[in-house]
Structures are given as structure tokens and as C-alpha cells.
Design a protein around this ligand. Structure first.
Ligand SMILES: [Zn+2]
Length: 141
């Protein structure tokens, strides 16, 4: 009997994570029409996590937690998401719907066990949801 090639759990998780990241970025770009929400630039669009992805794992792959910014409005200008949080929040309040902000705030409050890590099943669910959320139903390969 031929032995099946085994893929290590770590490699599988890594490839699922890359897939989820790619799909999240695609959904965020679609949501904001592929351009910086501040200046409309389409050059090097950055997808910025509104709520930090490191500390709020439940929002890491949530398209509502993403916004498109050019590099200047993302990190480099004195008016940018990273350099000027108060200004950025004032922009978010103008740009986002109240229920979307509410969704981010309530999800942030959910308690997640310390050192919680996403497993294969969670990633599969996330990828499935991100695929479903595509506006035109187009799959990304
Ligand atoms: Zn910009």
C-alpha cells in the first residue's frame, strides 16, 4: 500500500492562515473600492486593521475591521492612522456605519482565553465565511 504524504499540522495552519489573510485583504479592498478612504489614491493600497489584530483575535479576519489607506495615510503623514489616533477615530466615525462601529466595540468585549490560537477548523470556517462575503460571489484563487 502506498503511503500517503503527510503534511505537518504547522504547515497546514500556515497555509490556511495565508489563505485567510489574502481573502481578508480582498474583502477589505472590495468594501472600500480599492482606494485610500482619505485621499482616493489607488497606489499601493494598505489594508489597515482598525482594532489591533494581535490582541483581538476574533476581529483579525473580520472585513469590518479593515480599512484601505495609502501608505501616507496609513503610517507616514502626521495625519495617519498610526501617527494620529484621535484624527483617525474622527475619520472612522464619518466613514463607517454606526452598526459597524458597534460590531467592533461589542466583539472587542468578548472574552477569549489567554493564548488562544486558531486551529484548522476555525481557519476553515473563517475562509468559508470570507468566501461567502464576496460581493460578486467571485472566488479568489
Ligand atoms: Zn491617502
Amino acid at each position: 500500500m502506498k503511503k500517503k504524504k503527510k503534511i505537518s499540522a504547522r504547515k497546514l495552519i500556515k497555509s490556511l492562515r495565508n489563505r485567510a489573510k489574502k481573502l481578508w485583504r480582498q474583502r477589505v479592498l472590495e468594501r472600500w473600492n480599492n482606494k485610500c478612504v482619505i485621499c482616493g489614491s489607488t497606489k499601493l493600497p494598505n489594508c489597515h486593521h482598525i482594532v489591533p489584530k494581535e490582541t483581538f483575535i476574533l476581529l483579525r479576519y473580520d472585513p469590518i475591521n479593515g480599512i484601505v489607506l495609502c501608505p501616507k495615510h496609513h503610517k507616514f503623514n502626521k495625519f495617519s492612522a498610526h501617527k494620529n489616533p484621535l484624527w483617525f477615530v474622527s475619520m472612522l466615525v464619518k466613514l463607517m456605519k454606526a452598526h459597524e462601529l458597534e460590531h467592533l466595540l461589542t466583539t472587542m468585549e468578548k472574552i477569549v482565553p489567554f493564548e488562544y490560537k486558531l486551529g484548522v477548523n476555525e481557519y476553515i470556517q473563517i475562509i468559508d465565511n470570507l468566501n461567502k462575503e464576496s460581493k460578486d460571489g467571485k472566488k479568489i484563487s
